[in-house]
Design a protein around this ligand. Structure first.
Ligand SMILES: Cc1cc2nc3c(=O)[nH]c(=O)nc-3n(C[C@H](O)[C@H](O)[C@H](O)COP(=O)(O)OP(=O)(O)OC[C@H]3O[C@@H](n4cnc5c(N)ncnc54)[C@H](O)[C@@H]3O)c2cc1C
Ligand code: SF4
Ligand code: SF4
Length: 418
């Protein structure tokens, strides 16, 4: 086994699975989906690949990000990353709104970027057609392709694998991903400035953490999907807000069946969230501070029942993000009303508590000699300090319990994809 910085990211449990290293250097690095540890890169076991992995590590944000480069003016920015403006809204296209996870704002903005000529493609993820339990990075060039990726996939996904195609080509591509995916894209642009023109806009989805394949299998079992089946569709959200979880599968004779349907709240709360990776629990950016635009759920005004027409919370983080959202509203692609900049704290109390716990969790890890991400310039201590005493203590004691239960000191080893 040859040691290299990308393998070290994985074994030390710092890799987020964004896929950038494998996408940019496919001759040396491959993403493998380990049922427990998630989608993680595996570097070929030869000296040339080790050298390539050294190059790839310059593009990786898994070990930490630098918040000092983010302009912040007040405590809202300090806690959540730059927020220039916020809106609540939805796609004016009823099908996109219905299929979208929240109000379809991400898909609406992505489609508008193609219509407006900002980009000729959108890099994002969609369910793999041969196995919808897994996701693939795709570059979509029209409404039908974008709709294929609409709706959240509460599973492992590596959208930054698409960076290789973007870097090798000449076209402009809008990038959609989770906050960790966007942080890597931002770092990749710093490492290779030629990417700057090729990625004219980034859109983040808010993210509480990505569950593994074990979580997906638990969900499928609850949905009543037999184990010896071929899954043809797996939907985690969408078809209304917050939407339901449902699968379709075929038996050996090719007959297709619909599974039981359960609420998003049950699926996430009972089967998926417990399978989030440890890296997600020490993640300090759940809302896409490094993006131009971030989109999440406006939970402060929850739906009155499952299946209500969806709404998205849209946050501009840069001037170009603000200008783009305003243009999308003017064009009619997006229907949205302005909200106060602090709406994010009211909409995402769970993520606020998670951000607060991170400093305590990382402290407990460091005391146990475990490596932690180094996010420079973030106000993690003050967010932790503002937590009630019980939560402060829980962030430390709970982490020690988890270190023992999950034996987090052991290096992460990736098993071959099954
Ligand atoms: C794992 C996960 C955790 C989340 N946690 C929260 C949360 O705590 N709070 C909250 O408000 N919102 C959370 N979301 C985001 C939320 O579910 C919606 O995606 C967001 O509100 C955008 O909705 P939309 O209708 O505007 O987007 P849509 O129009 O439905 O578009 C969604 C876009 O996100 C992309 N996408 C879907 N799944 C993934 C994935 N796994 N990785 C990368 N890209 C993906 C799709 O390719 C698509 O382009 C989470 C999403 C995921 C996938
Ligand atoms: S670039 Fe992404 S996938 Fe590769 S090691 Fe870093 S975090 Fe992991
Ligand atoms: S919680 Fe953080 S590290 Fe985990 S998938 Fe979401 S953005 Fe990435």
């Amino acid at each position: 086994m040859i040691d290299d910085p990308i393998t070290r990211m994985v074994t030390r449990n710092l890799c987020t699975g964004c896929g950038a290293c494998a996408g940019l250097f496919p001759e040396a690095i491959t993403m493998i989906e380990d049922p427990l540890h998630g989608r993680r890169p595996v570097v070929n076991d030869d000296p040339a690949s080790k050298e390539v992995a050294e190059l790839a590590s310059a593009f990786c944000a898994g070990a930490g990000s630098d918040w000092r480069e983010l302009p912040r003016t007040d405590i809202i920015d300090a806690n959540w990353g730059p927020i220039l403006a916020a809106w609540e809204g939805w796609s004016s296209d009823p099908q996109i709104r219905h299929r979208g996870s929240s109000g379809g704002a991400v898909t609406a903005l992505a489609l508008h970027s193609l219509f407006a000529g900002l980009a000729s493609g959108v890099a994002h993820v969609a369910a793999r057609q041969d196995d919808p339990r897994r996701n693939e990075a795709v570059i979509s060039r029209g409404r039908a392709e974008l709709l294929r990726g609409a709706g959240s996939r509460y599973a492992q996904a590596s959208p930054a694998e698409a960076l290789g195609q973007v870097a090798a080509g000449t076209e402009s591509v809008v990038f959609v991903g989770k906050p960790c995916d966007i942080a890597t894209v931002r770092r990749a642009i710093s490492a290779d400035p030629s990417l700057d023109n090729k990625v004219p806009l980034t859109i983040a989805i808010f993210c509480a953490g990505a569950p593994n394949l074990i979580g997906t299998e638990r969900l499928l079992s609850r949905l009543g999907v037999p184990s010896d089946r071929a899954i043809s569709e797996l939907r985690y959200r969408g078809n209304g807000w917050p939407g339901t979880m449902q699968a379709r599968w075929r038996d050996a004779n090719g007959e297709e069946y619909h599974s039981a349907e359960i609420t998003y709240a049950e699926g996430w709360g009972e089967f998926l969230q417990s399978e989030r990776r440890w890296r997600c629990r020490i993640c300090s950016d759940h809302t896409g501070a490094f993006a131009d635009i971030s989109v999440g759920d406006p939970w402060h005004a929850p739906p009155s029942g499952d299946g209500e027409a969806g709404r998205s919370l849209i946050v501009a983080r840069t001037e170009r993000g603000r200008a783009f959202v305003e243009a999308a509203i003017r064009s009619g692609a997006l229907i949205a009303e302005p909200r106060q900049r602090d709406v994010i704290a009211r909409a995402q109390p769970n993520l606020a508590a998670t951000h607060g716990a991170v400093w305590g969790r990382r402290l407990a890890m460091r005391m146990g000699g475990l490596p932690t991400p180094n996010d420079v310039g973030q106000s993690l201590f003050s967010q932790w300090w503002r937590l009630p005493a019980r939560q402060k203590l829980a962030s430390i004691l709970g982490t020690w319990r988890r270190i023992v239960r999950e034996r987090l000191w052991r290096p992460v080893r990736i098993a071959a994809e099954g």
